[in-house]
Design a protein around this ligand. Sequence first.
Ligand SMILES: [Fe+2]
Length: 374
Amino acid sequence: MTATQRWKFHDPTEVQFGRGIRETLAELAASFGSRPILVTDAGLVGLPIIDDLRGLLPDGTPVFAEVEPNPTVQMVDALAELIREVEADVLVAAGGGSSLDCAKAAGSVSQQDGPARAYHSGSATLDDRHLPLIAVPTTAGTGSEVTPISVLDDPEKGVKAPMTHANFFPVVALVDPELTMSMPPEVTASTGFDALAHAVEGYWSRNHNPISDALALEAAGLVFDHLPRALEDGSDVRAREGMSTAALMAGMAFHAPKNAAVHACSFPLSATYHLPHGTACAITLDHFMRYNAPAMGARGKRLARAAGFPNMDAMADTFGAMKARSGLPTRLSHVGIAEEDIDALVEASFHPLMDNNPREVTPEELAGIYRRML
Ligand SMILES: [Fe+2]
């Protein structure tokens, strides 16, 4: 980097980390408000980890458990309505990235006049009013607990895109690796690969900065050190701890520089082909590791070495093998994409994040990458 480059790094979220740290939730929530709402994934409600967290909050705490994967602006509006109805003053979001993202947006939208869509794809802007959010991740991947980003889908308008606002930073990330132990292997894989994609993309983004770089290098190493073991034995708490740390650091690594080609391509793969976010990132990640390597030079070597490899191609090989072993799709044809779908997929992949990619991607080159992945 040159001396004339300017950059900014800001992460106001307090991190509280450790096995069993969830037990401090009662006191923590009470320090921000007396009328909490617990926000969680529809698929988690009723599980012991959520019952335990609910038991730590005051009796009668409302639970909003309508968050599905790829949360929508309509879910945000439904949560915003509940917030207004019960006059909630603090949000506790416990779940994967979907619950955290939905709560981030609803914590602000509930205090404004317009519906979520007006701020997501319309021209309305959020003012400073928002509720404090305590983020309690039950997966290790999105890093949403330390980012100001909420990825929302608007199925009626066909828009899936990230929404970013300084108000969306959780006030505290309460990260208890024990909460991730109930994840089945396919979720461990998908979310773990998302963490790796954040580390790699934060690092190779054209807008990278030295602090994000340091976080990204450490996070990438942690994923390769701990994800294989977490996949092999989900009850290995040290592996889970390593992955919770990796996800957290990778989240901090990408939110300032922003992601690049892998995430740009993930949006249509999720919106049109319904792949979970991490799976949609993983499917192209090794291909872009190879594509970007020539443009990265010594920086690419530095990333590969931090992750334990001599070069980016070796990292891509190991990642590809890990993906295949995990049972996640490795080819576009595995998810029902055929030659005739490629042109539309290419067109939908040119989200602005594509401009952050260290090597320019043209529609022709992307079509070539997708064809080789069929
Ligand atoms: Fe991601």
